[in-house]
Structures are given as C-alpha cells and as structure tokens.
Design a protein around this ligand. Structure first.
Ligand SMILES: CNC(=O)c1cccc(C)c1Nc1nc(N2CCN(c3ccccc3Cl)CC2)nc(N2CSC[C@H]2C(=O)NC)n1
Ligand code: NI
Length: 183
C-alpha cells in the first residue's frame, strides 16, 4: 500500500521533470500502480485508515509524486454539485479550455509540499480532457470548477509544474484576469 513514505517531496528532481507517456495497452505493473494510487486517495480520506497510517488527505495524485515519471494520475472526490469522480487515468491531455479562469479562494495544497504556500492559483475555469481510464476505455471529460482545478493540478505534475509556480509573486492574492473564485 502507498503511504506518506512513498510520497516524494519538493526538491526531488522527479517533480520538475516531464513524465513519459505510458505504453498502451497498459501493462500489469502500470495498472497495479495506478490502482494503488487510487486506493491511496480513498485511504487518505478514510478517517480511521488515515489516522492509523498517518496519511495526509488528498483528492488527486500523479505518478511522479511516488517517484514514477509516467503520465498517470488518479482522482477521488465529489465536486461542489455532488458529482463523484473516482478513477485512474493514463496519458491525460487537456484538448481544449476556456479563456475564463478560476481559482480556489483558499489556495491549493499538495501532498508533495509540506508547507502552506499562500496565494491564488489561476486555473482554466473549464477544460476538456482526453485520457485512457483504468478500464482501458478512451474517455473525454468536460470539467469545470473544483474538478477542473484538481485535474489541472495533477496534469501539471506530469509536466513538472508545481501549484506555487503559478502564484503571482508580486501579489499572491491578486484575483487573476477574468477569473471568478470556484468556492
Ligand atoms: C493552502 N490551502 C489549502 O490547501 C486549502 C485550505 C482549505 C480548503 C481548500 C480546498 C484548500 N485547498 C486544497 N484542499 C484540498 N483538500 C481539501 C481537504 N480534503 C480532505 C480533507 C480531509 C478529509 C477528506 C478530504 Cl477530501 C483533501 C483535499 N486539496 C487541494 N488540492 C489542490 S488540487 C489537488 C488537491 C489535493 O489533493 N491536495 C493535496 N487544495
Ligand atoms: Ni500536488
């Protein structure tokens, strides 16, 4: 099982590299890894399991965060409209996005960052993502709000981008251009 010991922290070069495409159809090893990443998120949100194994709660995780430079990510959360997202994805790609931006008014946290980095993280308000899911199906997701933010945060990890790279250095709490907060 994945625990916090497996989570790579900022400063490790794997977090600032571009991850490699996964060879499809995914082999046993990559499928097992992605299933373990999804299970980690579920465990991290289960009070008892998280307490027992001292897991930090997360709603998304990308393979580079466990030291694997492959384009794989998993999500497990319910958005503000109660829509559930719980799956693993191979080679996710943002194929289109809105001009309009959004951000979490509370800022973002990251399992690989053991400190608070205050500030708004500008994200596209709406994105369309193509990926192969854990069942091997080619899927297209149209995402907005919290779901769009989570997917962009995790896809950034596949491109070596950390959330704080996007915070305005001069004024971290300056509302980004044509952006509305998502929460
Ligand atoms: C600095 N202020 C903040 O972090 C921050 C502060 C307040 C609110 C938000 C909303 C913030 N922001 C933020 N909160 C989250 N969680 C909220 C709590 N939750 C959770 C916690 C407990 C049980 C179950 C669950 Cl579900 C886990 C997820 N997650 C992310 N991110 C950024 S996108 C990827 C995602 C991620 O999984 N990070 C580890 N950001
Ligand atoms: Ni992160």
């Amino acid at each position: 099982m994945i625990t916090m010991n497996d989570i790579v922290r900022e400063g490790h070069p794997v977090l600032t590299k571009t991850a490699e495409e996964v060879q499809l159809p995914a082999n046993e090893t990559d499928r097992n890894t992605l299933m373990e990443m999804l299970q980690f998120l579920k465990n991290s949100q289960d009070e008892k399991v998280a307490e027992k194994y001292q897991l930090r709660p997360g709603v998304g995780i990308a393979a580079p965060q466990i030291g694997i430079p492959k384009r794989m990510m998993a999500v497990h959360f319910e958005d503000y409209e109660g829509k559930q997202y719980s799956d693993g994805y191979f080679n996710p790609k943002i194929i289109s996005h809105s001009v309009e931006q959004t951000y979490l008014s509370t800022g973002e946290g990251c399992l690989s960052v053991d400190r608070e980095v205050p500030g708004y993280v500008p994200r596209y308000a709406r994105i369309t993502v193509k990926a192969i899911n854990l069942n091997g199906e080619s899927i297209k997701l149209r995402l907005r709000g919290y779901a769009a933010i989570v997917f962009q945060h995790e896809i950034d990890h596949l491109n070596g981008v950390m959330f704080y790279d996007r915070i305005n250095d001069i004024n971290p709490f300056e509302a980004p251009e044509n952006a509305k907060p998502c929460d």
